[in-house]
Design a protein around this ligand. Structure first.
Ligand code: GRG
Length: 337
């Protein structure tokens, strides 16, 4: 089995953090705060958070705040719940939550709860269990859960539970591992996991492991290394992680690491979604398109490492499966140590 190429992952994440003006940075600029959350969390898990300039990041995060109290994905962008959570998470990593006007941010989040207990992602009204998780996770990190109707929020999430034990994005929608993470995470944070049939859901989740050891996100789909996070974290929260073959999954994740030469003499460690997927050996003319694909994989890469942390891979900090932040950060917030 290969090993985790820690230094190469750190090198890659820092290179993405530094570039702000190239084509890809412009195309991805509206997502930057969420990318920052994943990248910085991964650096922390790898024990390398001190490699970034904390003051510079905190100052940039605060410039992403809108007058409504919510955060956009970058400076000057519209506010959305997702980036508001990312902002709180990044500040939590640096132990800087106190720079927030907690009243203002939590009022923005609470204002997006609907009459039926669900949450809209922003002022335009899209409803999804992702937003229920985001609102609940954000308010819990701010110690402000009493700003919403938790009972109704839980009731709405339970209305998205399917007969197969899984959860979808809205009532009646297909079960998907990503949505299951959101619903199980929100139920875990609110102390409502007793509503879940752990054996039924655990069965659905462990069936996501395919022959290669990788996990897919729903039946009959291809495995993808990003589900190392969504499926594993859910299995851990319902105490059924021993129902999958962990060793095979570790091998699958490590085999997705690919050293690729993308400029003469310059190599980068990329992640493919499955070990068998060949990444193109890039030459200068396809640099931009390749970079874009690479950047889209950045989130995946971070989920792989977060997944390895859940699998207790040696040398990695532990990550909390519900809050998706390092356990020491969560202990600092909730236990004050
Ligand atoms: C703080 C960890 C954290 C999350 C914030 C945004 C969010 C809350 C959760 C997203 C959950 C989710 C829906 C993840 C799934 C993302 C994904 C890989 C979707 C792919 O869907 P398809 O249909 O792929 O393209 P499949 O694999 O089903 O064919």
């Amino acid at each position: 089995m290969g090993e985790l190429k820690t230094e190469k992952h750190v090198e890659y994440i820092l290179s993405v953090e530094k570039r702000k003006d190239d084509f890809v940075s412009v195309v991805m600029e509206h997502l930057r705060l969420n990318g920052a959350y994943w990248g910085l969390t991964t650096l922390d898990i790898l024990g390398k958070l001190e490699a970034v300039d904390q003051d510079e990041v905190v100052s940039w995060v605060m410039q992403c705040q809108h007058k409504s109290g919510g955060f956009g994905g970058n400076i000057g962008h519209d506010p959305h719940l997702l980036y508001t959570l990312s902002a709180i998470q990044v500040l939590a990593l640096f132990d800087k939550i106190e720079v927030l006007d907690i009243e203002k941010v939590s009022n923005y989040i609470a204002g997006l709860q609907n009459e039926d207990g669900s949450f809209s992602g922003d002022m335009w009204g899209e409803v999804d269990t992702r937003f229920s998780y985001i609102a609940i996770c954000s308010l819990a990190l701010l110690h402000q859960l009493d700003k919403i109707n938790v009972e109704k929020a839980v009731k709405y999430i339970l209305s998205c539970q399917n007969l197969d034990g899984g959860f979808g994005c809205t009532p009646g929608a297909e079960s998907h591992a990503g949505q299951i993470f959101c619903c199980v995470g929100a139920l875990a944070i609110t102390g409502s996991l007793h509503h879940v049939d752990e054996d039924l859901l655990g069965w659905w989740l462990c069936e996501r492991q395919v022959k290669s050891g990788g996990l897919n996100g729903r039946p009959e789909k291809l495995p993808d290394v990003c589900y190392s996070w969504w499926v594993l974290s859910s299995l851990i929260m319902i105490d059924r992680v021993h129902w999958i073959d962990k060793e095979k999954l570790v091998k699958f994740i490590l085999d997705c690491q690919k050293m690729v030469e993308f400029q003469i003499g310059q190599t980068m460690l990329l992640m493919s979604s499955t070990p068998t997927l060949e990444l193109p050996v890039s030459v200068e003319f396809c640099h931009d398109a390749f970079e874009l694909g690479k950047r889209l994989h950045c989130e995946s890469r971070n989920m792989d490492i977060a997944g390895l942390s859940l699998l207790e891979y040696p040398g990695l900090k532990a990550i909390d499966p519900a809050y998706a932040l390092p356990v020491d950060v969560i202990n600092r917030i909730f236990l004050g140590n």
